[in-house]
Design a protein around this ligand. Sequence first.
Ligand code: BGC
Ligand code: ZN
Length: 369
Amino acid sequence: MKAIAVYPGKPNSIHLADLPMPRVDEIPNGRGVLVKVLRVGVDGTDKEINAAEYGAAPPGYDFLTLGHESFGRVVEVGPNVRDLAPGDYVVATVRRPGHSIYDLIGTSDMTTDTTYYERGISLLHGYLTEYYVDDAEFIVKVPATLQGVGVLLEPTSVVEKGIEQAYEIQRRLKVWRPQRAAVVGAGPLGLLATLALRLRGLQVATLARTEPPTLNSELVQALGARYVSTRQLPLAQAAQAYGPFDIIFEATGASSVVFEGMQALGHNGVLVLTGISGGKRTAEVPGDQILMGFVLGNKVAVGSVNANRTYFERGVQDMALAESLYPGWLARLLTHPVRGLENYAEMIRLLTEEKSAIKVYVELGRDAG
Ligand code: BGC
Ligand code: ZN
């Protein structure tokens, strides 16, 4: 069967590879689930792996199958799988357990191991192929009503984790009633964070460089949030106008934004960092002021990576709520389909060059049903 793969460490090595058809009984304890892949979303991570910035092939292979944002349909289940059946729509999580105590309790997203295992990213093949098999533990059911947008569940899970971390941390306050949030970045993560915060009833200002109107700014406004171009109003000034911010969700990966965010955060506020740049930039920052603001304002900054199945389940709930409160909104994120695994060159071209793309995704044939 075909797969879109790269040779990790070799820039621009994207190609079509061949993999054997997986079998349910490859997974121990009768817990295997065989899934036919229907759609796979791609993002900056895939782009960076193809640029050989990181990524590792599974042991015994010189290539790594890409793709960690999956959507598919169950074909066959092992004898000990009770909660999934052939025909179910599903999304698989990305990270697999290592050895730390966090891995052992089902929270591998919090691993303290230095080596990590992520499908399509590090040491495990991804989902840009025709079928995959995995343990039922890592496969989350998606209701058929969400089949058109289910491919957005993985990025949604990353947002859910970040926000859940913020709420969990803020239990320190005994009473926390966040009212105002800022989201920095209006790509898929920033847009999904805007959605999740609106669904929790917050006033949201979403900041991005580009001046409106764009599809991104329209999508922000369609949620009743405010779109702010940082060319017109930088984060610090946006905090004066629309803050104080109880939450700032950073989704650009620009390190300069982190320090701006630290200053723009209100008293008792929490800054959630989800983006990374992989660069080596250094910056001069008003350290004394930031320090004083943090101490006298009881502020928190938290980094958040990946998501375990709890956040995928929460993502399903929010996506269902989104479909009823903002019908059709999620589907508008799916801007650039690529038909078939053979079109991997077009996939990577859209990912690297198409500025207007929100979500590029590969559509794999018809759903036979
Ligand atoms: C994925 C996460 C993953 C992270 C780091 C992101 O693109 O969505 O699941 O943990 O990259 O590899
Ligand atoms: Zn990703």
